[in-house]
Structures are given as structure tokens and as C-alpha cells.
Design a protein around this ligand. Structure first.
Ligand code: MN
Length: 293
């Protein structure tokens, strides 16, 4: 199944180029906390799934072009991210990277959940900045079942589903700026997620998916998740060895080579095999921040 979150955090099932609004299958009290609907749905997936399928039959279809798609996990407690997780990406940034080995040695970093944006949003660059901002084409994992100290052998049982994720990044620049990684990757709109989540039962092997990213129609990144250094199961083992994972948590699985600068006015398109794709505009933020970047 493909699930989307749209408009005012409504829950939809994707059917081709349409979405069916099944929000009514969720408890009405969630209307007081609409951003939490998806976390609740994921945590109660087994018992809720039949009700969603029931609701789908009578839900009028809406064209995807007529709704605003939000991140399919819009309010995760955590957004984890893998650094340096594809061999050919390691080294391609030259002096613009902090070289500390691969994800296996470094572990994970965090992106702020408020940096998430859905397929209906945009990547906003700080207005007036001359810094370099890059796209990173990544598999997004959405956690289903809570866990702590989860061994890799059973880690995929904790995955709710998969989605496309762009890890937008302000690069460090020798002599200019050497800010914390989590901050450079947490500007509002720097974590596009979507367009929907496809449930894990539809992805037989998350380590064999082509992932591609285009800027203005030009193919920039063309990878396959088989080339990850730390795969999804090992990453869940690693993260849950540090702290509990929770339903709705997001993991950005790292980028293959081919990262390149983003500029206002461009359109970025990401596509992952068996999941789908989404396009986002890149634009400058409306106002200049009082702290310039
Ligand atoms: Mn990344």
C-alpha cells in the first residue's frame, strides 16, 4: 500500500494518480492533533489496516494534482541520517567534507524534524547566501515498530515503509564556514520526504533499488541501494544500540555520488524504483535572516 499525508495532515491511500481520503477511519480525537495522525496510524497499523481498506471503498478519489502532499511521516520524534554511506560519494567533496570514515565508523547524525517538507513544498535556500547548497538523493526509511537494541537479523521487522528523501546540505567551506553538520542540514525545507510511503511488504529487498536524481532535467545521481556501506538492517541495529526507535521515525540512508549545487529557480526530481518520484522547486527564502549564512 502507498499512504500519503496531505492538506491538513489528512491520511490518504494512493491509487494511481489519485488519492482516497481515509482519515475518517482514524479516531476522531486525533482531529485535535492532526500532525500526530500518521504516528498513531503507524503505531496501530495491524489493527487499523482493515478499517482503512474499508474506508477506501467509499472514499471519493481526489486527483493528486489537487492536493498538497506533506511528508508521509510529518511529525517524527527523530530524523536519523547516515553520513558517508556509499564508497564513491566518500571523497567527492574534497575539502568540503569532514573526513572521519564511513557511516560504519561515524554512526548517524540527526536532522531536525522541522526541516521536513513534502512533495507539495519547496527547498528554500537562505536568501542572499553565496554558500554552496547540495542535493543528496537518499532512500528514506520510516520506522513502524518501536525497538531498543534490535539485532540486524530482525531489524527489517521494525520498518513500516520506504520513501524518497532529499538530504539538502549547506557545505562547509574552508575559510568561510565550518558549522555543525546537523545545523547545515536542518534549514526549513532541507529534508524533502515523499511523495508517499510504500509499506515494507511491497519492497522485497530494500538493498536493490535504483535511485536517481535530476536537476532541471539533467541526471545528476544514479545509484543503487545495494552499494550502501551500512544497509537498512545494520543502520537500525546501530541506531537502536544508542536509543529507542519509535513509530514514525525517519532514517535518511545516505547518498551515492553525484551531489551537486542547488540554485534558486531549479527543479529537483528524485525517483526510487518501486517507490515513485517527486519534483520540488528550489527557491530563495522570502526574507533575509538576521543571522546571515
Ligand atoms: Mn546525506
Amino acid at each position: 500500500m502507498k499512504l500519503a499525508v496531505f492538506n491538513d495532515y489528512r491520511i490518504g491511500l494512493i491509487d494511481g494518480d489519485q488519492v482516497r481520503d481515509v482519515t475518517a477511519a482514524l479516531p476522531a480525537w486525533l482531529d485535535q492533533l492532526p500532525a500526530q495522525r500518521m504516528n498513531w496510524l503507524i503505531a496501530h497499523w495491524a489493527e487499523l489496516k482493515p478499517a482503512l481498506i474499508n474506508a477506501e471503498a467509499s472514499a471519493p478519489p481526489l486527483a493528486l494534482t489537487q492536493v498538497k502532499l506533506l511528508p508521509p511521516s510529518p511529525a517524527p520524534a527523530q530524523v536519523f541520517a547516515a553520513p558517508a554511506n556509499y564508497r564513491k560519494h566518500v571523497g567527492e567533496l574534497g575539502v568540503r567534507t569532514v573526513s572521519k570514515g564511513t557511516a560504519r565508523e561515524q554512526g548517524f547524525f540527526l536532522k531536525a524534524p522541522a526541516s521536513l517538507v513534502g512533495a507539495g513544498g519547496a527547498i528554500e535556500l537562505p536568501r542572499g547566501s553565496t554558500r554552496r547548497f547540495d542535493h543528496e538523493c537518499e532512500l528514506g526509511v520510516i520506522i513502524g515498530r518501536a525497538g531498543r537494541n534490535v539485532p540486524r537479523a530482525t531489524a527489517l521487522d521494525h520498518v513500516f515503509g520506504y520513501t524518497c528523501l532529499i538530504d539538502a546540505t549547506m557545505r562547509i567551506e574552508p575559510g568561510v564556514g565550518d558549522e555543525e553538520r546537523s545545523m547545515r542540514k536542518s534549514f526549513a525545507g532541507f529534508t524533502p520526504l515523499g511523495p508517499w510511503v510504500i509499506t515494507a511488504d511491497k519492497i522485497a529487498d530494500p538493498q536493490n533499488l535504483n535511485s536517481r536524481l535530476w536537476v532541471d532535467g539533467e541526471l545528476k545521481q544514479d545509484g543503487n541501494t545495494r552499494d550502501m556501506i551500512v544497509g537498512v538492517a545494520e543502520m537500525i541495529e546501530l541506531i537502536s544500540s544508542v536509543l529507542p526507535i519509535a513509530p514514525g521515525d525517519v532514517i535518511a540512508m545516505g547518498t551515492p555520488e553525484g551531489v551537486s549545487p542547488l540554485h534558486a529557480g531549479s527543479t529537483v526530481h528524485i525517483e526510487i524504483e518501486k517507490i515513485g518520484g517527486m519534483s520540488l522547486q528550489v527557491r530563495e527564502a522570502d526574507s533575509v535572516a538576521p543571522r546571515a549564512w
